[in-house]
Design a protein around this ligand. Structure first.
Ligand code: CP
Length: 314
């Protein structure tokens, strides 16, 4: 087991989070370096991805490393029945870092127990998505000027959405107020409600995305209903169109409100929002590159401060 792995966001202290955010800002200003020269990183995606895989791979490339891996597990020997344990042990023979997405909750936690190679969890089932959370925090900090004392409204699939689970946990250091807006079938799981209670985090539960809720929100975090996690298509069809945000709904919103979404979106954000100054989801995805560069350096023990000093002294 490698102690530098990042499997769950709640393993990171407040100082860890702030340090990654500082490094992300550095990489946004200075994206290209040769600090991974000679290193190889594996991206093992047992579940589809556009942003996470491509931004991680871009991050490695911009840092001068090389990438191997698969974006479709059907092209790997797991399609012949090879176990996750054996796959991880094999890939560990070849690389310096494994970035893995898997459809099973807990898969990343299991993976780190069978290897000394560091692991970054790129999403495991409906459980955790720590790199998404780092780019979400970076986006919140950039747009609000702070992470502290914000009202964050999470909308949509709060049951299966791993991004809201990770974000909720990371925000515990910053005195947030949460609004959980969902239909009852997709409510925030009890364990995260218990987490809020334990941590003294303020929260409200709503079923309607009302003007009162929108107009007193700083971050409106929309999510897709996660079709792939439903036991049946009938159950998915019953709830898939619960919420749809359009531009007119933002008319009375605070000046600083920004709409975030981990993407991909379906119809929970109407395209007429895209041109609004409050829409931030495409910039948010771009921020993923910098946040992931920072995470890769952290996991590989690369001192970004030393790099920063080189630039400061120029
Ligand atoms: N936000 C996110 O995880 O997107 P992808 O599924 O495209 O990686």
């Amino acid at each position: 087991m490698n102690p530098n792995s990042i499997v769950s966001i709640d393993e990171l202290s407040k100082e860890d989070l702030l340090s990654i955010l500082r490094d992300a800002a550095f990489f946004e200003a200075h994206p290209n370096h040769k600090i991974l020269d000679g290193m190889v990183v594996a991206t093992l995606f047992f579940e589809p991805s556009t942003r996470t895989r491509l931004s991680f791979e871009t991050a490695v490339n911009r840092l001068g490393g090389r990438v191997i891996g698969f974006s479709d597990a059907n092209t790997s020997s797991s399609s012949k029945g090879e176990s996750l344990k054996d796959t991880i042990k094999m890939v560990s023979n070849y690389v310096d870092l494994i970035i893995m997405r898997h459809f099973k909750d807990g898969a990343a936690e299991y993976a780190r127990t069978v290897t000394e190679t560091p692991i970054i969890n790129a999403g495991d089932g409906s459980n955790q998505h720590p790199s998404q959370t780092m780019l979400d925090l970076y986006s919140i900090q950039k747009t609000q000027g702070t992470l502290n004392d914000l009202t964050i409204t999470m909308v949509g699939d709060l049951k299966y959405g791993r991004t809201v689970h990770s974000l909720l946990q990371a925000m515990r250091f910053f005195n947030p107020t949460f609004r959980f807006v969902s239909c009852p079938e997709l409510a925030m799981p009890q364990k995260y409600i218990d987490f809020c209670e334990r941590e003294g985090i303020k929260y409200e539960i709503h079923t309607e995305l009302s003007p009162e809720v929108i107009n007193s929100t700083d971050i409106l975090y929309m999510t897709r209903v996660q079709r792939e996690r439903f036991p049946s298509i009938e159950e998915y069809n019953r709830v898939k169109d619960c919420y749809s945000l359009n531009r007119a709904m933002l008319d009375g919103a605070r000046e600083n409100l920004r709409v975030l979404h981990p993407l991909p979106r379906l119809n929970e954000i109407n395209e007429d929002v895209d041109d609004s100054p409050k829409a931030y989801y495409f910039d948010q995805a771009r921020n993923g590159l910098f946040a992931r560069q920072a995470m890769i350096c952290r996991v590989l023990g690369i001192d970004v401060d030393a790099l920063r000093r080189q630039f400061d002294n120029k």
